[in-house]
Design a protein around this ligand. Structure first.
Ligand code: FES
Ligand code: FES
Length: 171
């Protein structure tokens, strides 16, 4: 109910609210119940690179960028995205195919089943922007916050180092 007779226009748990997002540079208005997560809203809007693993903030597969910083979209409500700039893996590709970070993953065989890969890509993209000089120890520390049940951690670290080095060299 919309609270007719109430001083507050509160929504019921299943009533949809309009939420204005910017997703990968494009304005997007979605209508979502207030309890719907940002991860679910993004998937419903076609950003199916956003993967859900644990759904409670542990695994990191749902990592996206919010105003340039890595966040776990399963821990945010869609309504909290109002007015924010969201980036997902769909933004990483270059005009001719894979972007540099995606190519580094391919070069280093940094994926097995690939379910966790979108989260790693966005986590490392955030690191490349905030700490372009990050060394191996820092890469290992950051990458360890996401889980890969295929135990592909070594190649992910190698891919991140390749991408950071390419970035520094302007390649
Ligand atoms: S699905 Fe979000 S942290 Fe696991
Ligand atoms: S590649 Fe399989 S969970 Fe990461």
């Amino acid at each position: 109910m919309t609270g007719s007779g109430s001083p507050h226009p509160w929504l019921g748990p299943d009533e949809a609210a309009p939420v204005a997002l910017t997703v990968n540079g494009t304005a997007l208005e979605v209508r979502v119940p207030p309890r719907r997560t940002l991860a679910d809203a993004l998937r419903d809007a076609g950003c199916t690179s956003v993967r859900l693993g644990c759904e409670h903030g542990v695994c990191g597969t749902c990592t996206i960028l919010l105003d340039g910083s890595a966040v776990r979209s399963c821990l945010m409500l869609a309504v909290q995205g109002q007015g924010h700039h969201i980036e997902t893996v769909e933004s990483l590709a270059g005009g001719d195919g894979l972007g540099p970070l995606q190519q580094a993953f391919d070069d280093n065989d940094a994926l097995q089943c690939g379910f966790c890969t979108p989260g790693f890509l966005m986590l490392i993209e955030s690191l490349m922007r905030s700490e372009p000089g990050a060394g191996e120890e820092r890469v290992r520390e950051v990458v360890s916050s996401n889980l890969c049940r295929c135990t592909g951690g070594g190649p992910v670290v190698a891919a991140a180092q390749q991408a950071l080095a390419s970035n520094r060299d302007g390649r």
